[in-house]
Design a protein around this ligand. Sequence first.
Ligand SMILES: [Zn+2]
Length: 361
Amino acid sequence: MTLVEIEQLLDQSFVAAKGALSGARNAAELEAARVQFLGQKGFIQAAKKSVGQLTVVDEKKRAGKLCNDRDRELQEAYQHNLSRIEQQDRAAALAERIDVTLPGRRSRRGRRHPLTTTCDDILAVLAGLGFQPAEGPEVEHDFYNFEALNMPSDHPARDMQDTFYVDAGARNDVVLRTHTSPVQARTMLASGKPPIRVSCFGRVYRKDDDPTHSPMFHQIEGIYVDKEVTFADLKGTLQLFAERIFAPGVKIRMRPSFFPFTEPSVEVDVSCVACGGIGHGGSSAADDGRCRICKGTGFLEIMGAGMVDPEVFRACKLDPDAVTGFAFGIGIERVALLRYGIADIRLLYENDERFLSQFVG
Ligand SMILES: [Zn+2]
């Protein structure tokens, strides 16, 4: 090729090449244009070969410079478009990740905790039986937690409850209440005049921690004080209570027991809701045929109760010759475990969604 032919080749192809390299819309088009115009068989390489064959030095220089200029300009156009396409691909990938057409995540509705449900049910039943809710502090004076409930400082019954003491400076008589009974004492002292019929609900604290005991748990207590309240009234109240909380027709059974604040005292059992009080067979039967829930006894221990001890009345400024009363206390956790067939009390406090989502309501 002559110098003129080389210049023509470079000029004619240059426009098309630059258009293709700058106008490529994606990586594939750009690569095709690069191979076509800048590759080994492209016109730039062809022109460079022809330059080598020129014999006139000046012409060689001129053609060589033109070749290099065109080559560089096209390389720049290629690089420029390449970074534009890469940027465009990155943006597309990002847009995919925040695809606004995806359906939104539903916010899930919460459920009531099984303890809350159980507690509300018990309070509702007690309200139906005439017990007004009463509340008291969880950080309590020794007097209300023990003394007023017939447990002076040297009383052996204090050992029944492992107590958390609160560091209250010079005072050493501040505790985390070990039961809800101090509310009863406070209510009697505040009221001073029977009839008194209240239910007290709340958190209580003891140094316990195993599958069936937690250092913090919930109790509900009821107390009824009036003239001529009898043990038969207690039994009737608890029978009604058990039927409404568990199932119509459940039987209650009372066994003699001891609590410092009641005399006589009883442990109250209800007939097993799983086996109907038979102790074996049914869906709750273990391999040996015995009921898993009641361990074959047919009964479940649910609460302590008794007639209010005269000493408690005296400490609460009521005349034990003029009034009588009964009291009972229930562990809410215990009732929830039985109602829902939960094996480990700690499940109630772990807030595991998989566990809690099983409870409707
Ligand atoms: Zn049973």
